[in-house]
Design a protein around this ligand. Structure first.
Ligand SMILES: CSC[C@@H](O)[C@@H](O)C(=O)COP(=O)(O)O
Length: 362
């Protein structure tokens, strides 16, 4: 195992900021990166909902952390100076805010996992006053954030141990510090392998249509001094055929009990290409990304996004007015195409239902 310590990125996708009475969630607006490093202030639950919906904050783990803080922010309006908030009133607002946030995006299960975890705190403390419970919920949101950071570090260590040295590594979408509270999932493996002197060179798919690879992963790789090259999604097969790629590693938004892994659209193509070229295809995700209530990838809800993301990239019209568009934001790689799934609890290999359940229950 590679256990070289890796420093965290200097930028933080999300940061809780609080004065004595209220707090808000400071977010990097990821829609304007890399040309602008701009922050937004998530000081209402509507702001946070919008930020998730519009991908200002994105990436499965980061969405979960943002939703946890979103619950705290959504309950704050109850506590006006002098207000005596009853527990009934508090529970009603909690349910409302939880339902609202759950409607922001459908695929990343970390969103629902974090919301349920926050709601469970209230269920576990039926006698607690509203004011104390509000404080306790903030502690829970902070714990979700801290745990995510620790999970990223483990994913980085485990992932780096699998990556071949002196090799090109292909990645898709963005799985770094911008997508998590820490160093990332798949990205953490790249950062750890680089820090350990493995001499890797990262090939980043641009990741159509919203270009998380070109805009965000390239920005993060360059910020961290990791050697990297940008390619379009359609070049992945060619760079593999040229022998430039020793492994591919991606993140996930939801992984089923049998190990089918949903991730950004285009991931399935990468998995198929890896299979054809006999290149290991790794998925890296924390346990909060697993949905053991689902067996097969085809049951994962796939978000469909607006057609203008394809017809008008960056606001510039590219397709004829009125063109029919299909815009699924995710696909899934079936377990059979995944060499191993890296989790903070260990490496799942081969990817079978029995192994998924065994590693996750460790
Ligand atoms: C650590 S992030 C893993 C995934 O969430 C990531 O690969 C991805 O697909 C993100 O999609 P996005 O639509 O940008 O939220």
């Amino acid at each position: 195992m590679v256990s070289n310590p890796v420093s965290l990125p200097s930028y933080r996708a999300l940061e809780w900021q609080a004065d004595e009475l209220t707090g808000s969630l400071k977010l990097i607006d990821q829609t304007v990166l890399p040309t602008q490093l701009k922050h937004i202030d998530g000081n209402t639950v509507e702001h946070i909902w919008e930020a998730i919906k519009q991908l200002k904050v994105r990436g499965a783990p980061a969405i979960g952390v943002a939703a946890a803080y979103g619950i705290v922010v959504g309950l704050q309006p109850l506590f006006q100076p002098g207000a005596d908030v009853s527990r009934g009133e508090f529970d009603q607002q909690l349910a409302k805010v939880a339902r609202y946030l759950a409607e922001s995006r459908p695929t990343a299960v970390n969103l629902f996992w974090a919301i349920q975890r926050m709601e469970q705190v209230a269920k576990d403390h039926p006698q607690m006053s509203a004011a104390d419970l509000q404080k306790r919920l903030l502690v829970e949101a902070q714990a979700i954030e801290t745990e995510d950071r620790a999970m990223c570090a483990r994913l980085g260590e485990f992932g780096a141990s699998l990556l071949p040295a002196n090799s090109g590594i292909l990645t898709h979408c963005n799985t770094g510090g911008l997508a998590t509270a820490g160093d990332g999932t798949a990205f953490a493996a790249l950062a750890h392998a680089h820090a350990a002197g493995k001499q890797i060179h990262v090939y980043a798919d641009e990741t159509r249509p919203l270009l998380q690879g070109a805009r965000l992963t390239m920005w993060e790789l360059m910020q961290r001094g990791i050697p990297c090259t940008l390619i379009t999604d359609s070049m992945a097969g060619q760079v593999m055929k040229e022998g430039r790629i020793g492994a591919a590693i991606v993140g996930a938004d939801r992984i089923t009990a049998r190990g089918d892994a949903a991730n950004k659209i285009g991931t399935y193509s990468v998995a198929v290409l890896c299979h054809y070229h006999k290149i290991p295809f790794y998925v890296s995700a924390p346990s909060s990304t697993f949905d053991l209530t689902l067996l097969e990838g085809k049951s994962i809800p796939i978000e469909e996004r607006v057609s203008t993301e394809i017809t008008h990239p960056g606001g510039v019209q590219l397709a004829p007015t009125g063109a029919n568009v299909y815009n699924p934001a995710f696909d899934f790689a079936p377990a059979e195409l995944i060499t191993a799934i890296i989790t903070e609890k260990g490496i799942i290999q081969p990817v079978t239902e029995a192994n998924v359940r065994k590693v996750l229950s460790a």
